[in-house]
Design a protein around this ligand. Structure first.
Ligand SMILES: CC(C)(COP(=O)(O)OP(=O)(O)OC[C@H]1O[C@@H](n2cnc3c(N)ncnc32)[C@H](O)[C@@H]1OP(=O)(O)O)[C@@H](O)C(=O)NCCC(=O)NCCS
Length: 108
């Protein structure tokens, strides 16, 4: 069993890197740190594919968590589509003092 791991996955189109996601995995918790897709490649399902890989590839994960800017509607919609729900918030979480929503998804 993997007890601690962090990593980055990338999405490629031809020889170009068009998206990435970073994560930390500790015991049975998975923390999604960032997901991003190049502007010209958005709204084509790449964000969903990156999220899907993280949600599927570790069988021993029980809980997935992430933080997202409360004004980031695109990312919040993506995470809600993938089954995440808001469970709390962290005030002034970002350097510019924007609030972060804390989102969680339990094991399938
Ligand atoms: C958030 C982000 C990763 C989404 O990537 P993407 O490849 O465009 O996402 P997908 O094409 O897989 O879209 C999946 C779902 O996300 C939601 N979504 C994506 N872009 C959206 C937008 N501009 N407005 C509203 N919802 C959006 C939709 O629910 C969409 O499902 P649908 O296509 O069936 O409507 C991308 O917009 C991005 O890189 N943003 C900048 C970086 C960022 O803010 N990352 C999040 C940090 S926490």
């Amino acid at each position: 069993m993997v007890s601690e791991m962090e990593g980055i996955i990338i999405a490629e189109a031809g020889d170009e890197t068009v998206g990435f996601a970073c994560f930390q995995h500790f015991l049975d918790e998975y923390h999604i740190l960032n997901v991003a897709v190049l502007p010209g490649y958005r709204k084509q399902g790449i964000g969903k594919q990156l999220m899907g890989w993280m949600l599927n590839h570790l069988e021993d994960t029980r809980d997935f968590y992430l933080e997202v800017r409360e004004g980031n509607n695109a990312a919040i919609s993506l995470y809600e589509d993938m089954g995440f729900r808001v469970i709390g918030e962290r005030k002034e979480y970002y350097r510019d003092k924007e609030t972060a929503l804390v989102m969680h998804k339990g094991k399938k």
